[in-house]
Ligand binder design. Structure first.
Ligand code: UD1
Length: 427
């Protein structure tokens, strides 16, 4: 298995290109299942999860072709076409690798009238049930059965119908599944307490480009007029706001200055506000965002919330940054119940963190020291990379496959701005 070796202590300077968003592309790709015409996605990031989702779609009979990005360019183009759906089963072997596989459930059910998807099960950051996905589809008329580790959903004769969905809590994935199912339903659907994440706005806009009728995009109430069929479209994946936030933390933790090219500040309001509170300078440039730290880092209070609040996917990276603040910071995780797996690893690098239930108190230290570390999820792995960039000496980050799921060409982007970072292949 590959490792990433970082010799820390160098302030980063220069510019980093922000790739297409992982969490957007993973909900745009299943839209290909909704039409027999081609869906072309531009600004496709090079990520292991995109390959995995491609294989999942291929298993349903969708042809996928990826072009472009030769000679080190970013932004590939994928054309996916589901001429006919040859299988409605999403097997355990793929779903266990990537929870986002559950996002084929809504579109398969809407287009083919049935879907059998392996239950994703728990994962490192918490229990992560799918009950909200299932009740939303039931509200559109689906019959749902759980058996042998699979969820089997069947649409009524004549297809899904419109319905009322009122989510008891905000769920990104359940909102996405409900939206993708409702666009082909017979009649109108209202989704209340819908997630408002920018990736859902991206999904809704892509569906509209495919001929769907959706009102209230970007709000907590989505109204959908079902259509008999959708057509093909070309759509550009939004820039990755979590990748942007992660590299902003890289500039901050190393005391450097980075321009994040392609980043959109309006999707990062909560992150930018807290960076500024911590003493980090953030400004807009014609190409994106500039992030700079000239003085010390101040301690802050961070609480994760659904969008537009501070994203849970940025909690681990902020924690790494705050290990070097001049005082005590407090982070509260309200979305996932077990998202502090990076704490003991950061502690091995000299961080001083105590966890009390959902709250972690980070007592700032003067410096971190390099160590061999590993993490059990994507954003936790990134927090260790950030700590390694600031630490004295060598940090070896194991289980690099987590990073490959969500950060396009991480070591290439970081070494181009002055980091001493390399990938060591074990075989
Ligand atoms: C998505 C993102 C993930 C991000 C998360 C929260 C993708 C591929 N993943 O995950 O990176 O961390 O949003 O912003 O886009 N819940 C239930 N029942 C359900 C569904 C969710 O109880 O049926 C709970 C979850 O356990 C969690 C909370 O709702 O506590 C929010 O989860 P959700 O928004 O659904 O996250 P995902 O869509 O899985």
């Amino acid at each position: 298995m590959d490792k990433i070796v970082i010799r820390g202590g160098r302030p980063l300077h220069g510019s980093i290109h922000i790739s297409g968003a992982k969490n957007a592309v993973l909900t745009l790709m299943p839209c290909a299942l909704l039409t027999d015409e081609p869906l072309t996605l531009r600004n496709l990031p090079r990520l292991a999860d995109v390959d995995t989702f491609g294989h999942l779609l291929n298993g349903h009979g969708v042809s996928t072709m990826i072009e472009g990005a030769r000679g080190g360019e970013f932004g590939r183009v994928m054309t996916a076409r589901a001429n006919n759906i040859s299988s409605t089963i999403a097997p355990y072997d793929i779903v266990r690798k990537m929870r986002a596989s559950i996002l084929v459930l809504g579109p398969l059910l809407a287009r083919a009238g049935e879907a059998t998807v392996s239950l994703p099960g728990g994962c490192a950051i918490g229990n992560r049930p799918i009950d909200l996905h299932l009740t939303a589809l039931q509200a559109l008329g689906a019959e749902i059965e759980l058996a042998a580790g699979y969820v089997k959903a069947v649409a009524p004769r004549g297809g899904l119908r419109g319905g009322r969905i009122d989510f008891p809590m905000v769920s990104v994935g359940a909102t996405e599944n409900a939206l993708m199912a409702a666009v082909l339903g017979r009649g109108d659907t209202v989704i209340d307490n819908a997630a408002r994440e920018p990736e859902i706005v991206d999904l809704a806009r892509c569906l509209v480009a495919m001929g769907a009728a959706i009102d209230g995009i970007g709000t907590g109430r989505l109204t959908i007029q079902g259509r008999d069929r959708l057509h093909g479209a070309t759509y550009a994946v939004m820039p990755d706001r979590i990748e942007t936030g992660s590299y902003a933390c890289a500039a901050a933790i190393t005391g450097g200055e980075l321009e994040l090219v392609g980043a959109r500040v309006d999707e990062l309001t909560a992150v930018v506000a807290l960076l500024r509170q911590a003493g980090v300078e953030v400004s807009e440039t014609p190409r994106g965002l500039r992030v700079k730290r000239a003085n010390g880092l101040h301690p802050i209070k961070v609480t994760t919330e659904p969008y537009p609040g501070f994203p849970t996917d940025m909690q681990a990276q902020f924690m790494a940054m705050l290990t070097l603040a001049d005082g005590d910071s407090e982070l509260t995780e309200t979305i996932f119940e077990n998202r502090y797996m990076h704490v003991p690893e950061l502690a091995r690098m000299g961080a001083d963190i105590s966890v009390h239930g959902r709250t972690a108190v980070v007592h700032g230290v003067k410096s971190l020291v390099g160590a061999p570390v590993m993490a059990t999820d994507l954003r936790a792995s990134m927090s260790l990379v950030l700590a390694g960039l600031a630490a004295q000496g060598e940090t070896i980050v194991n289980r690099v496959y987590h990073l490959d799921r969500g950060y396009e060409r991480l070591e290439e982007k970081l070494s181009a701005v002055g980091a001493d970072i390399e990938r060591i292949s074990d075989g």
